[in-house]
Design a protein around this ligand. Sequence first.
Ligand SMILES: CC(C)(COP(=O)(O)OP(=O)(O)OC[C@H]1O[C@@H](n2cnc3c(N)ncnc32)[C@H](O)[C@@H]1OP(=O)(O)O)[C@@H](O)C(=O)NCCC(=O)NCCS
Length: 152
Amino acid sequence: MRVAPLVERPDLVEQVSAWGFAEWGHLNPDQTLEQRTARIRGKMNVDRVPVAFVALDEEDRIVGTASLIFDDLDGDPRNPWLASVFVPPEHRKKGIASALVRTVEDAARRFGYSRLYLFTSSAPALYTGLGWRALEQRDYRGEHIQVMDKSL
Ligand SMILES: CC(C)(COP(=O)(O)OP(=O)(O)OC[C@H]1O[C@@H](n2cnc3c(N)ncnc32)[C@H](O)[C@@H]1OP(=O)(O)O)[C@@H](O)C(=O)NCCC(=O)NCCS
């Protein structure tokens, strides 16, 4: 398995968008699949934020995705954010999300950031295990979320 910037694999934009739409579409109820796809195309960078990554198996098939973005929580002044970490059910528990998170951390460090943020409602333990610190909890768009950070 390896992690590559999405810009290397433009053929995977629709898959990344479909996963995100199914998993987090309810957080942005006014956003269509087409609008999400357009936003993801805007993350096809290598040397600046925002940047999307894909995890690829030995046969170069997509097995996960994660992004580094500037803003994530509406109205929150902190930045940048690790976002949209997703691994399809059949590929979970093999360390793929961990590899994606580390790649995003490395990218943020390379771009000169000293701290990275995320919020999650589903997997705080995943990030705790990767050295992230729990900050505040709050309700956000109908979900109870945990905000976390990591010093880079
Ligand atoms: C959460 C998710 C990304 C984890 O992907 P994964 O590739 O299975 O994660 P990893 O294999 O790297 O797991 C790393 C560690 O975190 C643990 N972990 C993974 N998902 C977890 C979860 N939901 N809750 C608690 N612990 C979790 C694993 O058990 C593993 O622990 P170990 O190293 O002690 O064995 C995946 O389940 C997913 O895409 N879920 C739906 C989307 C989602 O919730 N994304 C995160 C939102 S911020």
